[in-house]
Design a protein around this ligand. Structure first.
Ligand SMILES: [Zn+2]
Length: 322
């Protein structure tokens, strides 16, 4: 199988009540960990590349790593997606360079400007068989070059979604219902604490999601910033010399609920970063004499694979859907 776009993936996910995981890739071990898990579980998967990943690893290296993953996992559909494209030129460069899906994120611009830029990307993308994700509403948090202060985020206004989708022709829409980028998704003041002193975040705004679904029947919705920041990995980081106080994510049961509805793509990045870093920290602490990168990258790659397998089965529900 060659790279596919997400049209058929989303249509099946919408009808089947599950979501496709979109995992960010930056190097070989991450590509391998994600696609080995998806391959073994017969799950479709989206590999996504941010502007920062492209700057770090180089466009050609990333595309070739993904091509290798397709050869190694011929029985699952894999899409290659640009995460948070911020200009027409960046989207065009990815479309010309082999991506099958791009996001144009003009959500920080006024409504009319968001429509105009998204429309321009859609026209170019559709001429090349590539699909486009757009965004309405703003998530808090930090992801590569996207940085929105807590308190400056805004939920998607459901009354805008029909006009936006019909005027832009976008293929999927990222909305803001309370997910957030990074490993510190909420300030302590926004949360309560449970008996163990662990922060409990405010619930996702399912009312906003339902309003959007009502206005866009059959249309794929996307959730960004949907890592759950598992506390066992935060603990592991802190136990082995790290310092991540009050790192907090979105509870997995809420994401599972969203995946059963119109949410067809769920973005997960921080949990992969966290699993790799915790594993490498532990390895260094336990093997201070080792210095071969393969020694610590091998368990790190396994940690990525285990994390993705867990997400596919327990959050996305996409296992066996390839
Ligand atoms: Zn995002």
């Amino acid at each position: 199988m060659s790279l596919v776009n997400t049209k058929e993936m989303f249509a099946k996910a919408y009808d089947g009540g599950y979501a496709i995981g979109a995992f960010n890739v930056n190097n070989m071990e991450i590509v391998q960990g994600i696609t080995e898990a998806a391959g073994e579980l017969k799950s479709p998967v989206i590999l996504q590349v941010s502007k920062g990943a492209r700057a770090y690893a180089n466009h050609t290296y990333l595309v070739k790593l993904v091509e290798a993953a397709i050869i190694e996992n011929p029985e699952i559909p894999i899409a290659l997606h640009l995460d948070h494209g911020d200009t027409f030129e960046l989207c065009k460069s990815c479309i010309d360079g082999g991506f099958t899906s791009v996001m144009i994120d003009a959500s920080s611009k006024p409504f009319e400007e968001n429509i105009a830029l998204t429309r321009k990307v859609v026209e170019y993308a559709h001429d090349h068989g590539v699909v486009v994700e757009a965004e309405l509403g703003t998530l808090a948090g930090v992801e590569d070059e996207v940085n929105v202060e807590h308190g400056k985020e805004s939920y998607t206004h459901p009354e805008e979604v029909e006009e936006f989708v019909s005027r832009t022709g976008c293929d999927s829409l990222a909305i803001a219902i309370g997910t957030s980028h990074g490993a510190y998704k909420f300030k302590a003041s926004q949360c309560t604490r449970n008996a163990e002193g662990i922060l409990v975040p405010p619930p996702l705004r399912f009312d906003v999601l339902h309003e959007c679904i009502k206005r866009l029947p059959g249309f794929p919705i996307v959730l960004h910033g949907s890592s759950s920041v598992p506390q066992e990995f935060v603990k592991m980081v802190n136990q082995y010399g790290g310092n991540m106080p009050d790192a907090i994510g979105i509870p997995e049961d809420q994401l599972r609920e969203a995946a059963k509805l119109a949410v067809c793509k769920i973005n997960i990045d921080s949990d992969i970063r966290l699993a790799m870093t915790a594993t490498i920290r532990k390895y260094f602490a336990e093997h201070p004499d080792h210095f071969d990168p393969r020694q610590y990258l091998k368990p790190a790659r396994q940690a990525v694979k285990d994390m993705v397998a867990h997400k596919i089965v327990h959050v996305l529900g996409s296992d066996g859907k390839a």
